[in-house]
Design a protein around this ligand. Structure first.
Ligand SMILES: [Zn+2]
Length: 308
């Protein structure tokens, strides 16, 4: 932090004078040219030029002046969020996170109707990185007794008696598997749709409940090698790009099934985690047909099967 006297504290009269200068500057041809691109200086969003506000890089209350060098065109959300912060104290929230905030109002997750024999919970963790938003995925360790051995997944696991509720399960498992403390660094945004668990093509009497968290920033994780082979922060833009959408062929006792999948470098995300990501993308961008939401609880969609 800079010392408190880094910027002189202006008095009321000075602030009033600078506000008046700001109003004049707003009427100038220079400002009209400056905002004609419609691009927000902070987040890069393009809006109608007259929807851009004049933002003081160093705010007036922090001693900033209404000069050409200290004002930038900013979208309304950036101007509102930045308030009295200095540029280095503040980062614009990714536009996707803002849309998510808006879409979460009125969001009701679809929950399992029948109580299953077993319950599990996972943490779907987003984190902003500059203007982008990243999603945390893990690759499960190879383990002979794990039906999802080596799969791409979200951190999470079975509910234990010690867990107060399913959110507590997701938080505990995330801490155990990758050393990430969601209580300290995360905010729970919402619960997502319950998903029926399948293993090896058979439905299990088990429901997985995903919980959506957002972190303050992308954070380092420390995978426990007994449970997690690696973890990665995948840009949401990548998952939204149709180029990453494909299928994965899985051989089941001589019958090959093609499952819809997201391709991330050498990894394919399919099955349970695919369905949960699709639910998330649907929530964020309305990318997939919302009518699939109810179906997601019941059937993993198999594109086609053929003999091997
Ligand atoms: Zn902006």
């Amino acid at each position: 932090m800079p010392p408190a006297d880094f910027i002189a504290t202006p008095n009321e009269g000075e602030i009033r004078r600078e506000r008046e200068k700001g109003r004049e500057l707003r009427r100038s041809p220079w400002w009209k040219r400056r905002r004609s691109s419609g691009r927000c200086h902070w987040c890069g969003t393009v809006v109608a030029p007259d929807a851009l506000t004049m933002d003081h890089v160093v705010p007036l209350v922090r001693g900033g002046r209404s000069t050409r060098g200290n004002v930038v065109p900013a979208c309304k959300p950036c101007n509102d969020e930045k308030k009295h912060a200095l540029a280095f104290e503040w980062q614009p929230r990714p536009a996707m996170l803002r849309r998510l905030d808006a879409r979460l109002r009125g969001h009701t997750p679809v929950l399992a109707v029948h109580e299953p024999a077993r319950r599990a919970a996972v943490a779907v963790v987003l984190a902003p990185e500059e203007a982008a938003l990243r999603l945390l995925l893990i690759r499960r360790a190879e383990h002979p007794n794990d039906p999802w051995s080596g799969h791409m997944a979200f951190p999470g696991g079975r509910a234990e008696d010690e867990d107060a509720d399913l959110v507590a399960t997701a938080i505990r498992e995330t801490r155990e598997e990758i050393g990430l403390d969601l209580k300290a660094h995360g905010t729970l945004l919402t619960r997502l749709d319950d998903v029926q668990a399948y293993a090896g093509g058979s439905a299990l009497d088990m429901v997985v409940s995903p919980f959506l968290f957002v972190l303050d920033q992308v954070r380092e994780t420390v995978p426990d090698p007994r449970e997690v082979a690696e973890s990665l922060w995948v840009p949401m833009e990548h998952l939204l790009d149709p180029a990453s959408h494909g299928t994965l062929s899985v051989d089941r006792a001589g019958l090959v099934a093609d499952f819809p999948a997201f391709h991330i470098g050498p990894h394919a995300v399919w099955g349970l985690t695919f369905r949960m990501i699709r639910g998330l993308l649907d929530l964020v961008e309305g990318t997939f047909d919302g009518s699939l939401r109810d179906a997601s609880l019941h059937q993993p969609e198999v594109a086609r099967t053929r003999p091997n």
